[in-house]
Design a protein around this ligand. Structure first.
Ligand code: ATP
Ligand code: MG
Length: 423
């Protein structure tokens, strides 16, 4: 039996889960401020959803999907990303007809990609992402970017770089596409197999190739920014104007082409510039995908979104040595000595919990000193000490663990008294 965890996955143990929940709480708080609502779609979908929604020429579809046939012979895939599923659900549930337009959604959950595991790259990882569907206003592009940045700032990151680009509308993209083909075609033999097959299908993706990154033709490739038509130029200028208005700093990188085959107009990435952050510096990527909803059989609907992984966000927090103070105190720990006291503590524990306090006790029949040690380790605010004598007198000792002060409290009044303290 293989009792080891699968390659590229990780156990998140209780100590670490505290950090995860803290981050998740920040994410939910911020999405609420911007009125993005959570959507939960299945972990697997028909494989076609990703072939169409992510694109046949992407690394994800060509190399990274966990695809399988179920017992009924259906072709299914563990989701490698969130946008395709959200758009599928948007169309299937006719959200385009909902009165609250644009539809603003977010998701947070595990994604699966068969990649070579390394720092910041897992085979199962958790993505948080948002999708705004139904508006082609450049102000929503700026909103989505600002939301992503706010998440990183809220967890205490400072070394952030925002990079933006425009891929233009379909007309601009087609002109640029032609220029790219002309540029690469004469020497395409010098490029990898993937690039060769991308030349006719989607030459833009050659610019995103990780193998041929250093090839001299990459640096001299025609810039999309020189091919933007007037509408696309205006749109991009508006996005930048809104970012300026928000005081958001960015650099424009015309080589930034990303993920989905259907990206158009705005694309962006947020990178970590923290010294000590690994070779992979991209924390978050997103862009506009007008046309994707139609691809799934829905009405013409513009859309924009981004995705980030919590794993890389945590890696950036580690690189910047962000300290987080968790509220993980236990209200009460009961130290009970002797059988009668232990019997009594069963009821007292229940009373405390029923009154909204967090409480625990010794279950290992340990000596007083060891029980007190537990109270300390569990970060208890108060320790309740019950012995046979106290019980006879109808009272308990309560020790404030912070001040060290110890008091006797009548059992009959106990809950009333401690409720006063916690006010
Ligand atoms: P990369 O170029 O690093 O492979 P990508 O273009 O495949 O990234 P996207 O599909 O845009 O990434 O996903 C958005 C974000 O999800 C990334 O910026 C990154 O934070 C995170 N991410 C992607 N793949 C992984 C992975 N295998 N493990 C952890 N996080 C990941
Ligand atoms: Mg990737």
């Amino acid at each position: 039996m293989n009792v080891k965890i699968p390659r590229g996955t990780q156990d998140i143990l209780p100590e670490q889960v505290k950090l995860w929940q803290w981050i998740e709480a920040k994410v939910r708080h911020i999405t609420k401020k911007y009125r993005y609502e959570e959507i939960r779609t299945p972990i697997f979908e028909h494989t076609e959803i990703f072939q169409r929604g992510v694109g046949d020429t992407t690394d994800i579809v060509q190399k990274e999907m966990y695809s399988f046939q179920d017992r009924g012979g259906r072709d299914l895939t563990l989701r490698p990303e969130g946008t395709a599923s959200v758009v599928r659900s948007f169309v299937e549930n006719k959200m385009f007809g909902h009165p609250n337009q644009p539809i603003k959604l977010y998701y947070m959950g595990p994604m699966f990609r068969y990649e070579r595991p390394q720092s910041g790259r897992y085979r199962q990882f958790v993505q948080f992402g948002v999708e705004a569907l139904g508006s082609a206003d450049p102000a929503i592009d700026a909103e989505v970017i600002a939301l992503a940045l706010e998440i990183y700032q809220a967890v205490g990151l400072k070394n952030l770089n925002l990079v933006i680009n425009s891929l233009g509308d379909i007309e601009s993209r087609l002109k640029h596409r032609e220029a790219l083909i002309n540029h690469f075609k004469p020497r395409i033999g010098e490029f990898c197999k993937d690039c060769q097959s991308r030349l006719e299908k989607n030459p833009l993706r050659i610019l995103d190739c990780k193998v041929d990154r250093e090839h001299e033709l990459m640096k001299t490739a025609p810039s999309i920014l020189d091919y933007l038509n007037e509408d696309s130029q205006e749109y991009f200028a508006k996005v930048r104007q809104y970012l300026d208005q928000l005081g958001v700093e960015y650099t424009v990188d015309p080589t930034l082409v990303r993920g989905l085959d259907y990206y158009n107009q705005t694309t962006f990435e947020i990178m970590s510039s923290a010294p000590g952050f690994g070779a992979i510096t991209t924390l978050c990527g997103g862009g506009r995908y007008n046309g994707l909803v139609e691809e799934f059989g829905g009405p013409e609907t513009p859309g924009i979104g981004f995705a980030l992984s919590i794993e890389r966000l945590i890696a950036a927090m580690e690189a910047e040595q962000v300290e987080v103070a968790f509220d993980d105190q236990l209200d009460f720990y009961i130290v009970a000595l002797g059988d009668k006291a232990k019997d009594y503590s069963v009821k007292l524990l229940a009373d405390l919990r029923n009154n909204g306090f967090s409480a625990d006790r010794d279950y290992l029949d340990r000596k007083m000193k060891a029980q007190l040690k537990s109270a300390n380790r569990l970060n208890a605010k108060y320790t309740i000490i019950i012995g046979e004598d106290e019980l006879e007198k109808g009272e308990v000792q309560v020790k404030n663990m912070e001040s060290g002060e110890q008091k006797e409290v009548k059992l009959a009044e106990f809950i009333d008294v401690v409720q006063q303290w916690s006010k």
